[in-house]
Ligand binder design. Structure first.
Ligand code: XMP
Length: 319
């Protein structure tokens, strides 16, 4: 694509101009945005880039292995893997408010990046895969007085004390453009087509207090749900799909036993930019089969519901 190719060239030049001979660290989340940002910046400045993948303990099943394998096997990019699950969970203990969760997670990310930046001999820049919708949704709504809908951790949640300068090459792009850029950069189409995944990860898919055991239940249920979607060939028709583990227990029966387990909500939407969205019209068969599989395969869930809310008035995530 000629347009994307020339745009890529301009962005590479802009990154070189901004960074000079400075060191950049880039947070990799496993999502398309941060990965495309990393590969683009790597093309611009090579070894001056170090990527940091933080395992927050709130990643999807298998996510950490997939991401580190991709960057180690396919790219010659400096990569540091930080295992910070315990640190995040300790800080999030007892926290229920979604905005507080985002602030804590965003702040902890920055602490970790700053520590890693020092270790690699003083990075001056922090790169992020912030997109245009992240920028506008974090700043204001409807052009009116500035109202924060959600402080996306990669924009609004940054503590002011942060002393790294931001490099955000995707700031003017929408998701479909980032995907086109990713293809232009040679990323595999399976990877480029991945659904968006939010920086705070499963933390905002566990309404209420986050615990290791609830995260483990959610991770298993989410994996079964995604497996169903892929088996039925629906993955690429859907913009984003995930499970939400509600802090509500309900009564059920399994065999001749009474159960008292959690409710799991399934979400799937179509969208072009994440700013508006419609719920995905699954067949009843698909929903029934998926609910049965989840309840049979995942301990801790005995009821599954499907979210049929569009955005607006709902948001895509539940928090
Ligand atoms: P909402 O829920 O605001 O989501 O309709 C729109 C898109 O943004 C993602 N999202 C986030 N991404 N940090 C992120 O990096 C966040 O705090 C965050 N909150 C929502 C969401 O997954 C969807 O793709």
């Amino acid at each position: 694509d000629w347009t994307m190719a020339s745009f890529k060239g301009e962005m590479i030049q802009a990154i070189k101009d901004q960074v000079g001979d400075g060191q950049v660290i880039c947070g990799l989340s496993g999502g398309v945005d941060s990965s495309v940002a990393a590969v683009l910046i790597h093309e611009a400045i090579g070894d001056q880039l170090t990527c940091v993948y933080v395992d927050t303990g709130m990643m999807r099943k298998g996510e950490s292995d997939q991401v580190t394998a991709l960057f180690r096997d396919h790219y010659d990019i400096n990569l540091i893997h930080v295992d910070a699950g315990d640190q995040f969970l300790t800080l999030l203990k007892g926290v229920k408010d979604p905005e507080k969760k985002r602030k804590i997670i965003g702040g902890t990310f920055i602490d970790i990046f700053e520590a890693e930046a020092k270790k690699i001999g003083g990075a001056k820049f922090l790169a992020q895969g912030t997109l245009y919708p992240d920028v506008i949704e974090s700043v204001s709504f409807d052009g009116g007085p500035s109202v924060t809908i959600k402080s996306h951790h990669n924009v609004g949640g940054l503590p002011e004390r942060m002393d790294l300068e931001l490099v955000e090459p995707l700031r003017e792009l929408f998701k479909d453009e980032v995907r086109a850029l990713g293809r232009e950069l040679g990323l595999h189409s399976d990877f480029v087509e991945r659904h968006p995944f939010p920086g705070p990860g499963l933390a905002i898919r566990c309404p209420g207090e986050i615990t290791k055991s609830r995260l483990d239940i959610l991770r298993e249920a989410d994996a079964v749900y995604l497996d169903q979607i892929k088996k039925h060939g629906l993955y690429n028709d859907i913009w984003q799909a995930f499970a939400v583990l509600l802090p509500v227990q309900t009564v059920g029966v399994m065999g001749d036993q009474r159960t008292y387990d959690f409710v799991l909500a399934l979400r799937a939407v179509t969208s072009t930019d994440g700013m508006t969205a419609d719920y995905y019209p699954y067949s009843h068969e698909f929903l029934g089969e998926t609910a049965t599989r989840i309840i049979n395969e995942v301990r801790g869930v005995n009821r599954v519901v499907y979210d049929v809310t569009s955005k607006p008035p709902g948001t895509i995530e539940w928090e």
